[in-house]
Design a protein around this ligand. Structure first.
Ligand code: WQD
Length: 355
């Protein structure tokens, strides 16, 4: 395998990271995962192996905030390119503990950039977020829209990171593609990997699936008085496998060295806005169940409505989201049921008497 095909995926046992590793392996890449398992589990590596017919990534448990360890990682494994997912991503936690987010998300990025450059690894794909747009003035929002004040320290770390990468590209031979995710949801069709929140989830989809499975009694719909068709917030939900495939397209573009620009940004969305009620209705219809929820006040910091102009990624990356809302809600539910079954079997194996 040429060394052009060795990819380091930081945060590769996470939700989007694990799905991206599966897609990279399916395209013949050798993958190294560096992850501290602070928001994921080691068993994800074995799940990737099963999905990938026995081919598994090399897994290294480490803290990317450790500069020396990160430099050694690059020196030892000499990847050709990096996909950098590793970061803390809980909006609420970032508001209550901003220094944790600035320290963790920025230090790890700086170490990864330095490590890559130290071995001549100049291709980097960065995991960014639509949160950098805030509430756009024009919808759908495109990549040239003015960035707004971030709604949270988490979102600000993404803006700062993009500035760091843009400046680095100017001063070096690095080539960077920053992918701005809208709202990734769903799971691999095998139901062997999916969104695995460690602790109480903050995002709508895992909250819905936990209510559906009975882990939670009910959930809140945060506000029905927005200036939207049904009064609830609108988002651009996108299947996580479509997001993962875009990362492979980004790596291929960097390999091809076909881009005159060395710092490119792409929106990863479907271009379709779905409201909270719209997501609830789709989940109930596709999975033939009723969800228990109550209407409450707005959640502070929520953007009213945002969805993507995806034409740049469609054209330049030759990538387009293919999976439907029905596939998103069906796969999310299949994953939650598989997770519940595994957790229950592990509990019974431990000899606890199940009530
Ligand atoms: C979606 C909608 C809520 C929970 C966040 C990050 C963003 C990105 C995606 C990483 C909103 C409503 C939610 C609930 C609800 N993350 N909601 N009841 O806030 O759009 O974006 O996750 O890149 O950076 O900011 O996603 O899933 O939290 O909320 O009514 O219990 O669902 O108000 O309208 P969000 P979300």
């Amino acid at each position: 395998m040429s060394d052009k095909r060795k990819i380091l995926v930081t945060g590769g046992t996470g939700f989007i990271g694990s799905h991206t590793v599966v897609e990279l392996i399916s395209k013949g890449y050798d993958v190294i995962i560096a992850d501290d398992l602070s928001n994921s589990r080691l068993e994800v590596v074995d799940a990737i192996r099963v999905i990938s017919n026995g081919i598994q990534p090399l897994f290294i448990k480490m803290d990317l905030c450790d500069r020396n360890a990160t430099l050694e990682l690059f020196q030892k494994h000499k990847p050709h390119a990096v996909i950098h997912f590793a970061a803390k991503k809980l909006v609420g936690e970032s508001v209550s503990n901003p220094l944790l987010y600035y320290r963790n998300n920025i230090d790890s990025l700086l170490n990864v950039i330095e490590g890559a450059m130290s071995i001549g690894c100049y291709d980097l794909v960065f995991s960014s977020s639509c949160t950098v747009y805030g509430q756009p003035d024009v919808l759908p929002v495109n990549e040239f829209a003015p960035l707004k004040k971030a709604e949270s320290p988490y979102g600000n770390t993404k803006k700062i990171a993009e500035d760091i990468l843009a400046d680095t590209v100017q001063a070096t031979t690095m080539k960077v593609i920053s992918l701005r995710y809208f709202n990734p949801v769903g799971a691999h069709h095998s139901a062997l990997i999916g969104e695995y929140p460690q602790g109480a989830p903050a995002n709508l989809m895992p909250i819905i699936t936990q209510v559906a499975i009975g882990k939670r009694e009910s959930f809140s719909v945060f506000g029905t008085d927005y200036n939207t068709p049904d009064g609830t917030c609108v988002r651009d939900y996108i299947h996580v496998v479509d997001v993962a495939k875009a990362h492979v397209a980004a790596i291929e573009r960097l390999h091809s060295a076909g881009s005159p620009e060395r710092f490119e940004v792409f929106n990863l969305g479907t271009g379709i806005g779905i409201s909270v009620f719209g997501m609830i209705n789709a989940f109930e219809r596709v999975n033939a169940l009723k969800l228990n929820y109550k209407i409450t006040d707005r959640r502070p910091g929520d953007v009213e409505q945002v969805w993507a102009d995806t034409s740049l990624a469609n054209k330049v990356l030759n990538w387009k989201a293919e999976k439907s809302l029905d596939e998103m809600v069906a796969s999310a539910w299949a994953w939650e049921k598989a997770l519940d079954k595994k957790t229950n079997s592990q509990t019974s194996e431990k000899g606890f008497v199940k009530s």
